[in-house]
Design a protein around this ligand. Structure first.
Ligand SMILES: [Zn+2]
Ligand SMILES: [Zn+2]
Length: 275
C-alpha cells in the first residue's frame, strides 16, 4: 500500500522528508508555499536538492505538491486569472525543483460563467503549465461541487482531462469530496457503484491519487470539511471497503486530516494500516 500524509514544510524540506520516514510513509504531499496567501516567501533550494536526490532511494514515491488555495485557474476575471497563472508557475517550478511526481490542482470556481467556458480556461491554464514544465504530471482534483465550484461530477472531470495525455493530466479523488458530492461510499456496494461510474467516464490510467479524509457533514451536503478517519460520517466501514477495492490497489493514498499534529497523523495512518 502506498500510504502518506500531507506534511508541513515549515522546518524545511529536509525535515519534511525525515518526518515522512519517521511516520513510515512511502509517499507524501506538501504545499510549496503558504497555501492561504499570495506571497511566495523564500524557497528552500537546499532542501529541494536534498529531496530530489534522496527521496526515491529512501522509498518516498510519489512526492506530491498541492496547489495553494487562492488560485483560480478557470477564473473569468482576467486579473485573478493571470495572478493565478503566475502563482501556479512559481509553485510548479518549485515542485519540479524538488523532483515532485505530481502537482494537484483544484479545477476552480466558474464565478457564474458556464461550465464549458470555465473548462476552456482551465485547459488553457494546463496548456500553459505543460508548455513550461515537462517532468511533472498534473492531477485535477474532484470537488464537493458546492455553489459554482468546477469539477464536482465525473462528466465535468472527464471533459477537463480528455484532451491531454493520460500520463500528463490525471485525476485526484478525495473521499470527503466524493461523499459531500453525494456518492455514498460508506459501504462496499457504494464504493463499487461509485467507481463504476467514475471509470465509465475516466480511463483507469488517469486516477493518480486519492486523498483520504472522513467527512464532518452528511452525504450530499456539498460541504468540504475533513475530519479524522472513522470519526466522521463516512466511518470505519467505508474506509475498510475502500482499501479492499481491487481497482484501487496501486493508487497512493494521502491523508489530509486536520491538524498536522504528529499524533493525529500517526493515528490516522495506523487506522488505515489496520483495515
Ligand atoms: Zn485538494
Ligand atoms: Zn477537501
Amino acid at each position: 500500500m502506498r500510504l502518506g500524509i500531507h506534511l508541513s514544510i515549515g522546518q524545511g524540506l529536509k525535515r519534511t522528508m525525515e518526518e515522512a520516514l519517521d511516520l513510515d510513509c512511502n509517499c507524501v504531499q506538501i504545499f510549496s508555499k503558504n497555501p492561504r496567501g499570495w506571497n511566495a516567501g523564500k524557497f528552500d533550494q537546499g532542501g529541494a536538492d536534498f529531496v530530489r536526490e534522496n527521496r526515491k532511494e529512501r522509498g518516498i514515491d510519489p512526492w506530491v505538491v498541492h496547489a495553494t488555495y487562492l488560485v483560480n485557474p478557470c477564473s473569468p476575471d482576467e486579473d485573478l486569472y493571470s495572478r493565478s497563472l503566475s502563482s501556479l508557475e512559481l509553485e510548479v517550478g518549485r515542485a519540479e525543483a524538488m523532483g515532485a511526481d505530481f502537482f494537484v490542482i483544484h479545477p476552480g470556481n466558474t464565478k457564474g460563467s458556464s461550465s464549458q467556458e470555465a473548462i476552456n480556461r482551465l485547459q488553457k491554464s494546463l496548456d500553459f503549465l505543460l508548455g513550461k514544465f515537462h517532468a511533472i504530471s498534473f492531477l485535477v482534483e474532484g470537488m464537493a461541487g458546492r455553489g459554482s465550484e468546477l469539477g464536482g461530477d465525473f462528466l465535468e472531470l472527464s471533459k477537463i482531462v480528455s484532451p491531454f495525455a493520460p500520463e500528463k493530466v490525471g485525476i485526484c479523488l478525495d473521499t470527503c469530496h466524493l461523499f459531500a458530492a453525494g456518492f455514498d461510499i460508506r459501504t462496499e456496494e457504494g464504493w463499487r457503484s461509485t467507481l463504476d461510474k467514475f471509470f465509465a467516464h475516466i480511463d483507469h490510467q488517469r486516477l493518480g491519487l486519492i486523498h483520504v479524509n472522513d467527512s464532518v457533514y452528511p452525504l450530499g451536503a456539498k460541504k468540504d470539511r475533513h475530519t479524522h478517519l472513522g470519526k466522521g460520517e463516512i466511518g470505519v466501514e467505508g474506509f475498510r471497503a475502500m482499501v479492499n477495492r481491487p481497482e484501487l490497489r496501486n493508487i497512493p493514498l494521502i491523508l489530509e486530516t486536520p491538524g498536522e499534529a504528529r499524533k493525529e497523523g500517526q493515528n490516522n495512518l495506523e487506522f488505515l494500516r489496520n483495515l
